[in-house]
Design a protein around this ligand. Structure first.
Ligand code: CLF
Ligand code: SF4
Length: 320
């Protein structure tokens, strides 16, 4: 059965445009009833999405892999993943949840998505444990590159995480080696195809284990012209077989090692979504959020008010 039959592929909307303008979903039966209207990235009706606010906690500084397109940074300027105004300790993050709920009572989801990888350091799971103990009804959402997922999935489930995003950019080691040419694995550096094989194997194993534990799983795939634009269907097929429920195809922001590549155009984005939807439901209203976002993606942002006073920034940051 085509699980995406109630979604009209978004052929015109850019990923950074307002979801109220670009949403092409047709209101019908929600795909994830327990999350509909509660989680902006797992609501599959326009009405559900517009009611769902989330808070990202920027507690994870470092990363264990080295994606060619990634620049992590601390600033107030950039609207993209990997950027936050400051780094929070787990204790500060719990205080921020308190303040955020006062500012925006419709927050249902607390996510950790950076600025680095949330499983590369222990801060994210410690933060989730603190948030879950105080607000057990909030949906906890984790976004990771998946390298440490098999090793950490039991801990992730134990601290109350219910929704998981794994970024899988390729399932072909030759392609993946060009996207992420090196990783840190078991205190050693792996390069090229060896790095890619390890990362892909851990991502697929981690997704399977998370599915077995009952988590709802989205895969994020960065659409990279000339590298994986003909490969999106294969990614969707493999992650669906592993147990993923949803896929989000995110257009490349050309920067860093991929600064010379073009951003994917409308036709390429459309073709990628069509290829993916043969295998998985496709999420079409991603806003490429900052790691310290607060509010409804693309609709409201309370981050400036939230961080207006009182929280001290870490003075340094390593790009790993
Ligand atoms: Fe945040 Fe990501 Fe959870 Fe959503 S965002 S950790 S799944 S609560 Fe959503 Fe933002 Fe796109 Fe991410 S719109 S960047 S997909
Ligand atoms: Fe950057 Fe995320 Fe890749 Fe790490 S996994 S290098 S934080 S994009």
């Amino acid at each position: 059965m085509d699980s995406t039959s109630n979604i009209v592929p978004d052929a015109v909307g850019g990923a950074s445009a307002c979801p109220a303008q670009t949403m092409r979903m047709v209101a019908s039966t929600p795909a994830f009833p327990a999350l509909e209207g509660r989680h902006p990235c797992f609501s599959t009706t326009a009405e559900g999405h517009s009611r769902s606010a989330r808070l990202h906690l920027p507690v994870s500084p470092g990363c264990n892999i080295d994606c060619a397109f990634c620049i992590r940074d601390f600033n107030r300027r950039d609207q993209r993943p990997g950027v936050a105004t400051r780094l929070l300790t787990p204790e500060q993050a719990v205080d921020i949840v308190d303040r955020a709920l006062a500012l925006c009572p419709t927050i249902n989801v607390v996510g950790i998505a950076g600025p680095g990888d949330p499983l590369a350091t222990p801060h994210a799971l410690r933060t989730f444990a603190g948030v879950h103990a105080r607000w057990p009804d909030l949906v906890l959402c984790l976004s990771t590159n998946g390298l440490m997922l098999p090793e950490r999935i039991d801990d992730i489930a134990a601290v109350g995480v219910r929704t998981l995003t794994v970024t899988v950019n390729s399932v072909d080691p030759l392609i993946q080696a060009r996207i992420t040419p090196k990783i840190a694995w078991q205190r050693k550096r792996l390069d090229d195809v060896a790095a890619a094989e390890r990362l892909i194997a851990n991502q697929l194993d981690g997704i399977a284990r998370a599915a077995a534990l009952g988590l709802t799983i989205k895969v994020n795939t960065v659409l990279i012209p000339t590298l994986n634009d003909d490969h999106i269907g294969a990614v969707a097929e493999r992650v669906a077989a592993a147990g993923a429920h949803l896929i989000n195809i995110i257009p490349l922001i050309p920067q860093h090692g991929f600064a010379g590549l073009p951003a994917p155009g409308m036709l390429m984005r459309h073709a990628a979504r069509r290829a993916a939807e043969r295998h998985l439901r496709v999420f079409t209203h991603c806003q490429r959020c900052r790691a310290d976002a607060c509010g409804i993606p693309g609709v409201s942002d309370y981050a400036a008010q939230l961080y207006g006073d009182g929280i001290s920034a870490e003075p340094t940051f390593s790009h790993g």
